[in-house]
Ligand binder design. Structure first.
Ligand SMILES: [Mn+2]
Length: 434
């Protein structure tokens, strides 16, 4: 549990004296009658505890006199309930196992927080979860205010923990990168299995199942997000997750999926012909996206602005669309008019980490942020020609392509964590038939 203890210590160092940070693991979410969604602890909470149970609260206190106190609230042991819902760590074992100073039952939270937070000036909670926190904070602050007459000062500020904690999470430590390399490797194996399975699959679901089966066998804990397995024109629906259609055997298959390992996400998109042979239009459009992706990845290096890979991809895509006759005009002015947005309507990537769309600001003081070693991002350009777009020749319609890899910013430039997939049309055809 040492890395998590280090994270708590590093966070406490960044909070000014008189601060308390509250981080909640989350609660079970009802799906339908007696069924919950699979629970997955909040990434902030995991980052600071390595503890995955629901209904747990971490309180990190940096007192005005410099003293530190780390406290957790957890579900108490309950042998009868545990028979039904699984083992719990419990209050007694929590301090030693989690390496904190004290623990209490989550049901006693309100009362105990009133004691723990006496004299605290600033409460720090995630403003991303403001809807969760603010209703809880007002009775808490009210309780603390009642002690003011006893000479205890109550909080005077509620501050955004994201600004501190998410900046920490943005720069990955070596042990985190080891986890991310595993998540990436497992995701690669999943995609390879999906490509092989596609050849004879009748339905998207079969490919999805093969993908997940390979990832689980390789040690994935769960998918990092709902996978997209989109056959033919379904690929033009950017967040298609139904995965319930038959395979269009003349079409491409777009698979956007990743494994979660030690809570860290992989995120890969592959696009390949369902039956292992590109048609000429599919190949031509694919080559444009691949060239855009490779050019964008090439730009990734410390000091480079966040938007540079995107702008690079946009230029290569626009040039390609002009060369193929899908756009007419001069490249610079087409970029300026954002003419490409008809075929490329999303950004070229996002941060990656404990969350697939990981935390951390993309702009700092009004400027696109400069990349730094230890940041991990995806690079994922695409082109999507709507099936009903009768302004383009019929041969292009219903083709959706995205190519996505996970890229670590290193001192020397970058490292593609998800290397090992067949990417050129020749490699893909050879792999699928090999
Ligand atoms: Mn992605």
């Amino acid at each position: 549990m040492q890395p998590f203890a280090d994270n708590r210590r590093r966070l406490l160092e960044r909070l000014p004296p008189g601060s308390a940070a509250l981080v909640f693991s989350g609660r079970e979410q009802f799906r339908n009658r007696d069924v919950d969604y699979p629970f997955r602890a909040h990434s902030d909470f995991w980052y600071l505890t390595g503890f995955a149970e629901p209904e747990a609260l971490l309180v990190l206190i940096h007192h005005a006199d410099g003293e530190r106190h780390q406290h957790v609230f957890v579900c108490p042991r309950d042998p009868k309930a545990e028979i039904w819902t699984g083992r719990r760590l419990g209050v007694e074992a929590a301090p030693e196992v989690l390496g904190v100073d004290g623990a209490d039952a989550i049901d006693d939270r309100d009362e105990k927080l009133g004691e723990l937070l006496r004299g605290i000036e600033s409460l720090w909670v995630s403003f991303s979860d403001a809807g969760e926190w603010f209703p809880q904070l007002s009775p808490l602050i009210g309780r603390l205010k009642r002690h003011v007459r006893d000479g205890v000062s109550a909080p005077v500020a509620v501050r955004d923990l994201d600004a501190v904690l998410h900046e920490m999470r943005l720069i990955k430590q070596p042990w985190e990168l080891a986890h991310m390399r595993k998540a990436a490797r497992i995701s690669v194996l999943g995609h390879q299995a999906a490509m092989r399975r596609a050849l004879t699959a009748a339905a998207e679901r079969e490919v999805e199942t093969a993908l997940w089966c390979a990832m689980a066998e390789a040690g994935a804990e769960r998918p990092a997000f709902n996978p997209i397995v989109a056959s033919g024109a379904n690929a033009c629906v950017l967040h298609y997750t139904e995965n319930g259609a038959p395979i269009d055997s003349a079409g491409l298959l777009l698979v956007d999926a990743g494994a979660e390992k030690h809570f860290y996400a992989g995120d890969i998109t592959t696009t390949f012909p369902a039956r292992g042979r590109f048609s000429p239009p599919q190949r031509e459009l694919y080559e444009v996206v691949l060239a855009a992706q490779r050019a964008a990845i090439k730009t990734v290096a410390p000091g480079v602005g966040w938007n540079v890979p995107h702008e690079t991809a946009v230029r290569v895509l626009t040039e390609g669309l002009v060369a193929l006759g899908l756009l007419q005009g001069e490249v610079d002015s087409l970029i300026e008019q954002k003419a490409y947005e008809r075929f490329y309507m999303h950004k070229t990537g996002h941060w990656l980490g404990l969350d697939v769309h990981d935390v951390g600001a993309y702009r700092v003081e009004g400027q696109w942020r400069a990349l730094e070693p230890g940041m991990v991002m995806t690079v994922e350009p695409g082109l999507y020609v709507a099936p009903d777009d009768d302004s383009v020749p019929a041969c292009w319609r219903g083709i959706g392509i995205r190519i996505e890899d996970d890229v670590l910013v290193t001192e020397a430039g970058h490292e593609v964590l998800t290397a090992g997939l067949p990417r050129t049309p020749e490699e893909i055809e050879a792999f699928m038939h090999g």
